[in-house]
Design a binder for this molecule. Sequence first.
Ligand code: HEC
Length: 107
Amino acid sequence: MLAQLSLFVILCAAGVFVSEATADADALSDGKKSARVCGSCHGPKGIARVESYPSLAGQSAQYLAKQLRAFRDGSRTDPQMSVLAKGLSDAEIVNISAWYASLSSCK
Ligand code: HEC
């Protein structure tokens, strides 16, 4: 456990965690803009400071988009997220997810 933790810290310090290189720059900047409202809970760079809010930085774009679609269609529910996801278009979901995936998960 401790060894894993120190490996993580070393990799983070060396900046080894790099973004998924699949999303283009326009998509990422659109995603960043659309995600402004999300930062109040998930942190401005996707690292949440409050235990009940998950961090989104560095999670897979595919996973994030799947969760957002699930909140939007009601197959996953949360009093806060269900309301927020209702207003997102397909493009916003893809771009926001790509932006969070591109961020470092290092605190
Ligand atoms: C008012 C606070 C709040 C705001 C604003 C908010 N979220 Fe959330 N979000 C939450 C909470 C709470 C959860 C955890 C829900 C649960 O426990 O199922 C969550 C969960 C998520 C998840 C699932 C994470 C996972 O690991 O499964 C995603 C993705 C997400 N939010 C994206 C967003 C996006 C994108 C926005 C902006 C459009 C946003 N959130 C705005 C509170 C918020």
